[in-house]
Design a protein around this ligand. Structure first.
Ligand code: ADP
Length: 547
């Protein structure tokens, strides 16, 4: 049979371009607000119509600077309206918005800016000193654009800085978008590189638009024009979990914290702006809990938090339930734009008692439409979806990475298009996925596996414990055994004995950590995860009392 005209649908070929997201918001939700705390200090208010016009000015300014479709334009910036405009403007002129995570080590920032061959860097006032220091090591950056107005331009900077507001003022709010194909690149984000150099994930217009449409759905973020959303997850970490795109598709009010991540500031913003959905990693929500415990304040209209990036402890879900705030656990990664699963309920879980529901809610969630998952053993054979068998988690879908930028990390992809997430997981008959561990963090004790995540989840519920981390330490008989490190809450008396007593009966006996060390703090990666590579190094010669 010839695949001719009669074999195609007769519908329009409307390319899925990110510019269409913000055009939609500007037309149908013109006055819906975008509120940000700024780097200059004051709270700033604008709306989708203004931001769209200014994004088009960004596109014009980049063309005037000689930028061409496909060029990488970097941003080193917090969540603000200017960063959102820059994103849409860069992608809208056909460029690739490369978000750089300022929390990476300096050598990593240099590596990725050079690897990406960034031509322009947009950056916030807070990074002037950093950029001045790193500029001699950047080999391809031609222009430095400071995201501020003339009045705030520093007088004493050694770089030839361009002023963002002045660049925009010279351009038209009707600058046309570049008619690139939907498969053209729109964004670039590097993984945090806990092993080896960071690897680049290049999002396409199509993948970003499909992901935004999927993320609005009822059983994902359930976002619409009445939603007031606060992405605390930064735009440089997996696209702020797509919220700058998803909020535009939904026509939601968008609230952003700028350079602020401290609980009192975020709390004030949530209450004042009547935020009902906020998204952040567990560490932020832990800090917020402690703030609320101290002040006795409420979270205003907040009724949902989306939490991901690391496992959400049971105690956190219960604590927010008591405040009337529903925790939606998310699992995803930079390579997945980032959404893979969401922990929304189904009729079967609605029918369960609270304790059983919590058992389901500490799982990472169900795959959303557009994400295929399977678990496989070491030979690549698929394992059953029975909630018991666990294996390497592979994923496939239209917003999942197909290859890393410039061909790095090819071993993560197989011939059938599956991407190996590096996570080890179970899948259950209701469709819930549960991470057992990162493949590299799992503790191999006498041929059996101990899940560091499961142990941490329980340990963080112990009285007085703020944060817990479990790593495998060498043991002469068992090969590896778990060592538990705990950080006490402010002023709390936590001891090895008090933690072990709490764990007794809550975990399998052979999972009991061989030792507990109380530490003042734990190291984190640039994306807020426990830096287990550093801890394994630090404790590699640790003598367990059982050894
Ligand atoms: P990085 O660049 O540090 O890899 P990502 O955010 O892309 O940053 O990390 C993705 C990884 O984070 C996942 O593969 C998984 O191991 C972990 N992760 C994300 N969400 C969760 C979750 N809800 N529970 C447990 N682990 C999670």
């Amino acid at each position: 049979m010839i695949w001719g005209e009669t074999m195609s649908g007769t519908m329009q070929d409307w390319p899925l371009l990110v510019g269409k997201l913000i055009d939609h918001a500007a037309i149908y939700h013109a006055k819906r607000e975008i509120v940000s705390l700024s780097c200059e200090g004051p709270k700033h208010r604008t709306n989708w119509a203004e931001v769209r016009g200014r994004a088009r000015q960004v596109a014009g300014a980049l063309r005037r600077l000689g930028m061409k479709p496909g060029d990488r334009i970097a941003t080193l910036a917090w969540n603000t309206w200017r960063h959102v405009e820059s994103w849409y403007g860069i992608s809208g002129m056909g460029g690739v918005a490369h978000t750089i995570n300022p929390r990476l080590f300096e050598e990593q920032i240099i590596y990725i800016a050079n690897h990406a061959e960034d031509r322009v860097l947009f950056f916030d006032l807070t990074f002037v000193k950093l950029v001045e220091k790193l500029a001699p090591s950047f080999s391809t950056i031609e222009h430095y654009v400071l995201l501020t107005d003339r009045a705030h331009m520093p007088a004493d900077c050694s770089l030839n800085l361009l002023c963002y507001e002045e660049l925009l003022a010279a351009e038209s709010v009707d600058e046309p978008w570049e008619p690139v194909p939907e498969t053209a690149p729109a964004g670039l984000c590097y993984t945090s590189g806990t092993t080896g150099n960071p690897k680049g994930v290049q999002y396409s217009h199509r993948s970003n638009v499909l992901h935004a449409m999927a993320a609005c759905a009822t059983d994902v973020f359930g976002m619409g024009a009445r939603t007031v959303v606060l992405p605390i997850a930064p735009m440089y970490h997996a696209n702020a979990w797509s919220i700058p795109y998803t909020a535009a598709a939904a026509g939601a009010k968008l609230v952003m914290g700028g350079p602020n991540f401290d609980p009192p500031t975020l709390h004030k913003l949530i209450v004042e702006e009547e935020v009902d959905l906020a998204l952040a990693v567990p560490t932020i929500w832990l800090g917020m809990m402690q703030h609320l415990e101290k002040t006795g304040e409420s979270l205003g209209k907040l009724n949902r938090t989306a939490i991901g990036g690391s496992a959400v402890p049971r105690a956190m879900i219960e604590a927010y339930d008591k405040l009337g705030v529903r925790v939606l656990q998310l699992w995803g990664m930079t390579e997945m734009s980032p959404l893979g699963t969401v922990g929304t309920g189904v009729p079967e879980t609605d029918a369960m008692g609270y304790g059983q529901q919590l058992d389901m809610r500490i799982k990472q969630g169900r795959g959303l439409f557009g994400v295929e998952m399977k678990i496989v053993d070491d030979d690549g054979a698929e394992l059953p979806r029975d909630g018991v068998a666990f294996g390497r988690l592979l994923v496939r879908g239209p917003w999942i990475v197909g290859s890393y930028f410039k061909g790095d990390g090819a071993s993560a992809f197989d011939a059938d298009g599956w991407f190996d997430t590096g996570d080890v997981a179970t899948l259950d008959p209701l469709g819930y996925m549960q991470i057992v561990d990162r493949a590299k963090d799992v503790i191999k004790s006498g041929g059996e596996w101990v899940s560091s995540i499961d142990l941490e989840n329980v340990a963080v519920g112990a009285p007085g414990v703020a944060e817990a981390c479990v790593i495998g330490v060498h043991h002469p008989k068992w090969d590896e055994r778990p060592l538990l490190l705990v950080v006490p809450k402010d002023g709390a008396a936590v001891t090895r004995e008090s933690v072990l007593a709490y764990l007794d009966g809550k975990i399998a006996k052979w999972w009991t950590p061989d030792d507990v060390v109380v530490v003042p703090s734990l190291p984190h990666t640039a994306t807020g995860k426990l830096l287990k590579t550093a801890l394994r190094e630090q404790y590699k010669d640790y003598k367990l009392p059982t050894a």
